[in-house]
Ligand binder design. Structure first.
Ligand SMILES: [Zn+2]
Length: 470
């Protein structure tokens, strides 16, 4: 077994070899909590949830860190007289956590807030100054910049030369030696809230965004760790700058850089001006969270994912096929215990090993569902049992097993199913009575009405069962 991952720095697929095969270490950039999550945030977090689950399956243990950027220009900008920046940050952090939890994204091992690691950031900045890769601004602003020309590796991640790069827009350029230099520490400016500044050797101020992640990754995972993840939009400048800071400070830092593709809506980039900005909360209010998870997971993590109304209906139909099979198979094969570990098909595992090929893995799930349905039709109980175990094992790995404790009784499912079941059972009883009375036209009318609602009846020796057409 070898997992291969696309490494952004190498620009190719590489065999994944963890530093410690009993504990994979992974850092993923978390949200800047300035406003609530859009659907792209959920897709990014889900991509790494799927990778983490697979690594957990393969290696047993993953130490997974996803930070919260709770101090930033944008957080300060969105605070109001009625709500402090830290109150806003906490409220938005909760919105992110709720959206992640709704679609079954497992909580990180550690979820550090940037404001809780300020000493570690200052220590890293001091080390960079000492090594000649950072300097306090000459204008007395209290800013500290990373000196990009002092570090030959700068531009390595995105393969750009410094001269071709745009100026960093994260600070007033007056005190910089080169326009591409970026802020490690931002001196306090008049009008900024006093509780958004921390004392430092360079004057009161706050950290720049990039240094936050370098310091938190080091604090929680050490100077070298396995995987650094984030959205494709973070490659430059954020990840380029993280890599430069950490390596210039003497840390080996991330061994693999993994980036997920972005989300478009109806073929267009999400933007407030186009009116297609899709908030996670709106999507989750309209669709079953399991359907949302399936739809967001169905595309390969590196490809861009275009969402439209059909994304949700297709995901719903695909999940319906899985659910219907599982219900039928459990009635036939019996047992509702969890799937056996050894029942994961080899084709599924090799798809997941191959740069987390979830679309190919889902194809194996649906092939197995089809084979299982065929086995049901011909009454081959042994084959049904094998397919049932395999489908539950595979959907369990992907976090989409509708019968797992995390989804059983969540969303719209339980109440609707209970209500529908009561109605359909009443009609099944009426049909049985009509047949007992030899009132064939009435029995047919009831069966047709049930069929017109998209419900299939299955008469078995132990009674009539119903399922929604997949
Ligand atoms: Zn980051």
């Amino acid at each position: 077994m070898t997992i291969r991952l696309h490494d952004t720095r190498a620009q190719e697929l590489r065999d994944f070899v963890p530093l410690d095969s009993s504990n994979v270490t992974m850092y993923v950039c978390g949200p800047t909590v300035q406003s609530g999550p859009h659907i792209g945030h959920v897709r990014a977090a889900l991509s790494f949830d799927l990778l983490r689950r697979w690594l957990q399956r393969r290696y047993g243990r993953v130490t997974f860190v996803r930070n919260v950027t709770d101090i930033d220009d944008k957080v300060l900008a969105n605070a109001t007289d009625a709500e402090s920046w830290w109150g806003l940050a906490y409220r938005m952090e909760q919105e992110f956590s709720a959206a992640y939890a709704a679609v079954g994204i497992q909580p990180p091992t550690y979820e550090p807030r940037a404001t809780a690691s300020i000493p570690q950031m200052q220590e890293l900045i001091a080390r960079l100054i000492e090594r000649g890769h950072a300097y306090p601004a000459a204008d007395g602003s209290g800013d500290v910049y990373f000196d990009v020309r002092s570090w030959a590796g700068y531009g390595e991640l995105t393969r750009q030369s410094v001269d071709a790069m745009e100026a960093a827009e994260d600070a007033d350029p007056r005190g910089k030696r080169a326009p591409q230099d970026f802020a490690l520490w931002k001196g306090a400016k008049p009008g900024e809230p006093a509780d958004a500044t921390w004392a430092s050797p360079w004057g009161a101020g706050r950290p720049g965004w990039h240094i936050e992640c370098s310091a938190m990754a080091r604090r929680y995972l050490g100077a070298e760790f396995d995987i650094h993840g984030g959205g494709l939009d973070l490659r430059f400048p954020h990840h380029e700058n993280e890599l430069a800071q950490s390596t210039a400070a003497g840390d080996a830092f991330a061994r693999y850089w993994v980036h997920n593709g972005l989300v478009t809506v109806d073929g267009q980039k999400m933007s407030k001006s186009l009116g297609n900005f899709t908030l996670a909360a709106d999507v989750l209010a309209q669709h079953d969270p399991l359907v949302v998870r399936y739809a967001l997971a169905a595309a390969h993590y590196r490809s861009s994912l275009d969402l439209s109304d059909s994304s949700w209906t297709e995901a719903e139909a695909a999940l319906g096929r899985i659910r219907t099979f599982l219900e039928r198979a459990q009635r036939t094969a019996g047992g509702d215990e969890g799937p056996a570990a050894e029942s994961l098909p080899a084709a599924f595992a090799s798809a997941m090993d191959d740069d987390l090929g979830v679309p190919q893995a889902l194809a194996v799930v649906h092939e197995t569902v089809r084979a299982g349905n065929a086995a049901l039709d011909r009454g081959d109980v042994d084959e049904v049992r094998i397919a049932l175990g395999a489908v539950r094992a595979m959907t369990g790995v992907l976090g989409i097993d509708p019968f797992s404790p995390e989804w059983r009784g969540t969303g719209s499912d339980t109440k609707t199913t209970t209500a529908l079941d009561a109605l359909v059972q009443a009609m099944i009883a009426q049909r049985a009575q009509a047949r007992a009375d030899k009132d064939w036209p009435a029995a047919d009318r009831i069966r047709d009405a049930i069929g017109a609602a998209g419900i299939t009846l299955e008469d078995t020796p132990d009674g009539t069962h119903w399922s929604i057409d997949g």
